[in-house]
Design a protein around this ligand. Structure first.
Ligand code: HEM
Length: 196
């Protein structure tokens, strides 16, 4: 619906019988983590730095709540209210948009400010111009381990689409549960039966 590549989706991936918030810690990247930590989380799921950069290209759609990046646009340090890595006009726009976010926590900004509803390689082009939204987005464009891939995907949308599709397919079969180790839920947000 939003464009982007097609890739085969294998059916019947089983859900777990266990679902606990505390299990998320250390298994999912947070935008304020140092890039080395983010890289190790992806590595621990058998995903390379290049696969990671391709996957984060999903930030070409969707949005992020102000609290996820507010520390970069308000009271950044003694000399600047916002992180100078951000394009000044963009930072100003975000500051206005989020002005009321503590009272209205639903306030959010598009991940891709230029083509928010289109799956394209604009996310990577944005990063090169200081138009990244999250701290982790900016890190991808400056760190020498990830910058070459950002530049490559910004210049070559076909390559981004190919690598994104491959990585999505690969990750979709990571740690698959077989047999009685999981279930296919009737409702995605509930176990099929709860032990009494
Ligand atoms: C460096 C690793 C990543 C970090 C730190 C990160 C962080 C975030 C954060 C903080 C949000 C905003 C959530 C909210 O405010 O509700 C977000 C949104 C989003 N992320 Fe990521 N993400 C990462 C990688 C990925 C990957 C690998 C994908 C998919 C392949 C992805 C897809 C998305 C999408 C689609 C949204 C928008 C959700 C919406 O509109 O509701 N992200 N991400």
């Amino acid at each position: 619906m939003v464009g982007g590549p097609n890739y085969p989706v294998r059916l019947g991936r089983k859900d777990s019988f266990v679902s606990k918030a505390k299990h998320v810690n250390g298994n999912i990247a947070r935008p304020t983590m140092p890039l080395s930590q983010i890289i190790s989380i992806f590595n621990s799921k058998k995903l390379s730095v290049q696969e990671m950069v391709a996957l984060v290209g999903a930030h070409t759609i969707g949005f992020s709540h102000c609290k996820e990046f507010s520390h970069k646009i308000y009271n950044f340090n003694k000399t600047s209210t916002y992180d100078p890595a951000y394009n000044p006009k963009y930072a100003e726009g975000l500051r206005k948009l989020c002005a009321n976010y503590t009272k209205d926590p639903a306030m959010a900004a598009f991940n891709d400010v230029r083509t928010p509803n289109k799956f394209d390689n604009m996310y990577f082009q944005n990063l090169q111009k200081g138009l990244g939204l999250l701290e982790s987005d900016h890190a991808l464009a400056t760190d020498q381990r990830t910058k070459p891939y950002v530049d490559m995907y910004a210049a070559n949308q076909n390559k981004f689409f190919q690598d994104f599709a491959k990585a999505m397919e690969k990750f979709s079969i990571y740690n698959v549960k077989t047999g009685r180790k999981g279930e296919v839920r009737h409702r995605c947000d509930a176990f099929n039966s709860i032990a009494t």
